[in-house]
Design a protein around this ligand. Structure first.
Ligand code: ARG
Length: 279
């Protein structure tokens, strides 16, 4: 059960589009989810708290445009980093065509009439995605056909040792149901050493950042949250420290969430933005 879990989780991404078809990755999460961890991490994506309207203006849903269907089907999260650019996870879009996906922005509620939809003109996958280990450099950029009228989030500039971070998205709540309103959760920072001990041989400390309650579990991102933001407070403002990437199951003690570490590749992101003529 231990290995290949990550792959199952990844398979869950595609299945997440069919909401409810992701039962395969589950095992004992519900029990963890209701248990309150010792710290004061109140809201949880697994079992947890809905984000308030406007709490994360840059948070977007990326969905498949299905022929004959009016609404796009959510499969991953993302963050607006410039009016016409979304940062997400490479594993979310590596097998997608730009014309088949769409970005929904402007509300935490996927059924809100206030949502704006933007088509995708181009997908840029990190050139070193999956190098030096599987899931390393798990980032991709979407160039949008039109500008979104939402506040972008700044990228973290330097790798840091954080205290607590927060993440948000429309992913699995822990019982194989998916919320209409985005959920958010506070997740304690996990050091590179602890994360490498949790997942021997799988964590590239350079390009990955881990978070979760190692001892108690109970707080985590989960399937369908991939691509979405891991945020840190910098002088009262949130900056983008990570991108939801992978983990074995969700919210389980000893199995933290792993995130792409934005500070490691923000220079490479800037290069792409420059190529695209984005300020
Ligand atoms: N790979 C998942 C997705 O595509 C995200 C998994 C995050 N897992 C975790 N335990 N934090 O949605």
């Amino acid at each position: 059960m231990e290995f290949k879990r990550k792959h199952l989780v990844r398979a869950g991404v595609g299945a997440a589009a069919g909401l409810g078809a992701v039962a395969l990755v589950w095992g004992g999460i519900a029990a963890n989810a209701v248990e309150s961890p010792e710290g004061d991490f109140e809201a949880q994506v697994v079992g947890g708290g809905p984000a308030a309207e406007g709490q994360y203006p840059w948070l977007v849903s990326i969905g498949d445009e299905l022929p004959g269907e009016p609404a796009a089907e959510h499969f991953c999260g993302g963050s607006v980093i410039a009016p016409n650019v979304v940062l997400t996870a490479a594993h979310c879009v590596e097998e997608k065509n730009a014309v088949d996906i769409t970005v929904l922005a402007g509300s935490v509620d996927l059924e809100s009439p206030g949502l704006n939809e933007a088509d995708v003109a181009e997908i840029h996958l990190a050139h070193d995605w999956n190098d030096p280990v599987e899931f390393a450099n798990d980032w991709a950029l979407l160039l949008l056909e039109e500008e979104l009228d939402v506040e972008p989030i700044d990228l973290a500039a330097d790798p840091e040792v954080y205290d607590v971070l927060e993440t948000a998205g429309w992913g699995n709540l822990g019982d194989d149901t998916y919320p209409t309103a985005a959920q958010w959760v506070e997740v304690p920072f996990v050091t590179d050493a602890d994360c490498q001990a949790a997942y021997p041989g799988e964590v590239d400390a350079q390009t990955m950042l881990c978070a979760g309650d190692l001892e108690h579990g109970g707080v985590d991102s989960c399937d369908g949250d991939s691509g979405g933001p891991l945020m840190a407070d910098r002088d009262g403002e949130l900056v983008l420290a990570g991108i939801v990437s992978w983990g074995y199951e969700c919210a389980v003690a000893g199995q933290p969430g792993v995130y792409a570490e934005v500070a490691d590749f923000n220079g490479a992101i800037d290069d792409v933005l420059e190529d695209w003529g984005v300020q």
